[in-house]
Design a protein around this ligand. Structure first.
Ligand code: HPA
Length: 248
C-alpha cells in the first residue's frame, strides 16, 4: 500500500475518502497521530500528518521512528512524503515543486535509526541514492500526466530547526551543494530505507531561504500560507495520478 506523509500545509488530504482511522502502538512511542486509511480514485492509501493533525509537533520533536514503524506495521511498501522547504537555488522561488534526488543531513540529537540496542546485529543500510529512483520516476510521470511542473532533482539539506537558518548558514549549505533546505527530511528518509520502504519526497518551496530573494533581510514565514495552499492543491493532483499508477 502507498502512504502519504503530509507536512506543513498538508495536515489532511481533501481528496481522500476516509474509511477509518487507526491508533498504532509502537515500540518507539507514539506516532504523530492515528493513521488515516482511505481511498483516492478507488485506490487504498494511508495518510499521516507529520506534525500532527493540529500541526502541533515541531520538526525536532517528531517521533520519526514511531511514524515509520507504524506505517511499516500496516504493510506500507511506498511512501510519498510532502515537505515544505526554503529555496536556495535561484530557480527555486516560492510555490515551486521539486523532487529531490539527494540529501545532506545536518540534523542532530534525533532518534535516527532502528538498528541500535544490544541484541541487534550491526547493520549499515546503503544510502547512496536516498530516494527510491523507481518511485521518483513514478511521481515525475504523474506530474507530467497532470501537466503540473515538478522539477527533477536537487539536493535537500536537512537542518535541525525549529529556528530558520542564518544567511551565512545558507551560503554554507549552498557551497556544500544544497539546493533547498528543510527540517523534516531526515531521519525520515533513512528510517524508511531501514524498514525496506521505498521513499520519495515532493518538496514545496514556501519561501526563499535566508539571505536570498525577498528573504534578503528576513524570512517572512508567516506570510507563506496562501503560497502553500496553492502549491498543496497541485501536490494533491499529482498524488491522485501517483495512486492511479500504483496498482493497489
Ligand atoms: N528553512 C528551513 N526549513 C524550511 C524553510 C526554510 O527556509 N522553509 C520551509 N521550511
Amino acid at each position: 500500500m502507498l502512504a502519504i506523509i503530509g507536512g506543513t500545509g498538508m495536515t489532511q488530504l481533501a481528496n481522500l475518502e476516509i474509511t477509518h482511522r487507526q491508533v498504532i502502538r509502537t515500540p518507539y512511542g507514539e506516532p504523530s497521530g492515528a493513521l488515516t486509511f482511505g481511498r483516492i480514485k478507488d485506490h487504498n492509501v494511508v495518510f499521516l500528518a507529520r506534525h500532527g493533525y493540529g500541526h502541533t509537533i515541531p520538526p525536532h520533536e517528531i517521533n520519526y521512528r514511531a511514524n515509520i514503524w507504524a506505517l511499516a506495521s500496516q504493510h506500507v511498501s511506498r511512501i510519498v512524503a510532502v515537505a515544505s522547504v526554503g529555496g536556495i537555488r535561484s530557480d527555486l522561488g516560492p510555490g515551486k515543486l521539486i523532487l529531490p534526488n539527494q540529501l545532506i543531513d545536518y540534523t542532530y540529537g534525533r532518534k535516527f535509526t532502528f538498528f541500535e540496542g544490544g541484541e541487534k546485529p550491526v547493520t549499515h543500510i546503503d544510502f547512496t541514492e536516498p530516494y527510491c529512483p523507481k518511485l521518483r520516476k513514478r511521481v515525475l510521470k504523474a506530474a507530467k500526466l497532470a501537466k503540473i511542473e515538478l522539477l527533477d532533482g536537487g539536493v535537500y539539506a536537512a537542518t535541525q530547526g525549529p529556528r530558520l537558518e542564518t544567511a551565512a548558514e545558507i551560503n554554507r549549505l549552498e557551497r556544500d551543494g544544497g539546493d533547498m533546505v528543510g527540517m523534516t527530511g531526515m531521519p525520515e528518509a533513512a528510517l524508511a530505507r531501514e524498514q525496506g520502504i521505498s521513499y520519495a519526497s515532493i518538496a514545496v518551496v514556501a519561501n526563499h531561504a535566508a539571505g536570498r530573494g525577498d528573504s534578503k533581510q528576513h524570512v517572512d514565514i508567516n506570510s507563506v500560507g496562501p503560497i502553500l495552499d496553492d502549491a498543496m492543491m497541485r501536490v494533491r493532483t499529482i498524488l491522485e495520478y501517483v495512486v492511479e499508477a500504483d496498482g493497489d
